[in-house]
Design a binder for this molecule. Structure first.
Ligand SMILES: [Zn+2]
Length: 210
């Protein structure tokens, strides 16, 4: 059973709930129940975090779910699952519930794609930082955008030999799909707190895939 010390830092309820519901689509309710048992979150089995943006999920709880995915499915299987589920979680929560509402679609559409991604991700970084204890910022280099996260909810309190936060990659992919009106952009985790990095840092290619 996973045991990660409480962080006393928080992530909002609704994105956590949406992540579990998206996992249910693939694993079924029994699969998620097994996952929650291994994550030492038995209390959540019939009571997922509520459908609101209260900050009631400890980062260690969210990271325990990701650690349990690794334990059951191995890192490759778990990475695919986490990435896919967090991509749906973006659509179900951050996108739909106005958390990104100050970024008007018409306004975004008038910007060239590259500026649109950078500005959109900067807004997402600000919204995430304001609604949780994540500390996110966005920087730009020649061909890439860098999205940095301190207090990452996927790997909090975990150790890994290589970057492990596909659960965050999916979130950024969901955001980029929305910003790029369906175009996909490659997201790679360059540095990971669980693998000895100072922060989890994700590199986003400015050129769309395909
Ligand atoms: Zn991380």
């Amino acid at each position: 059973m996973i045991s990660i010390e409480k962080s006393h830092k928080t992530y909002p309820n609704h994105p956590t709930r949406a992540f579990l519901l998206a996992l249910e689509d693939v694993l079924g309710k029994n699969g998620v129940n097994a996952l929650l048992r291994i994550a030492n979150l038995q209390g959540w089995i019939d009571t997922y975090p509520a459908e609101n943006f209260e900050r009631e999920v400890d980062l260690s709880e969210f990271s325990s779910i990701n650690a349990a995915l690794d334990e059951i499915y191995g890192s490759r299987g778990s990475h695919g699952l986490a990435r896919r589920a967090s991509k749906s979680a973006f659509d179900l929560t951050w996108k739909q519930h106005g958390a990104l509402g100050d970024l008007q679609t018409a306004e975004i559409d008038s910007l060239p794609a590259q500026t649109r991604n950078k500005e959109g991700l900067a807004v997402f970084a600000k919204v995430l930082s304001a609604t949780s204890d994540l500390e996110c910022d966005v920087q730009e280099e020649d061909n890439i955008i860098l999205f940095r996260v301190q207090n990452c909810p996927v790997c909090w309190g975990r150790e890994s030999s290589s970057p492990t936060c596909q659960g965050f990659v999916g979130l950024l992919e969901g955001c980029l799909l929305w910003l790029g009106s369906g175009k996909g952009f490659e997201v790679t985790e360059k540095e990971c707190s669980a693998a000895g990095g100072e922060a989890c840092t994700f590199s986003i290619n400015k050129v769309p895939v395909g």
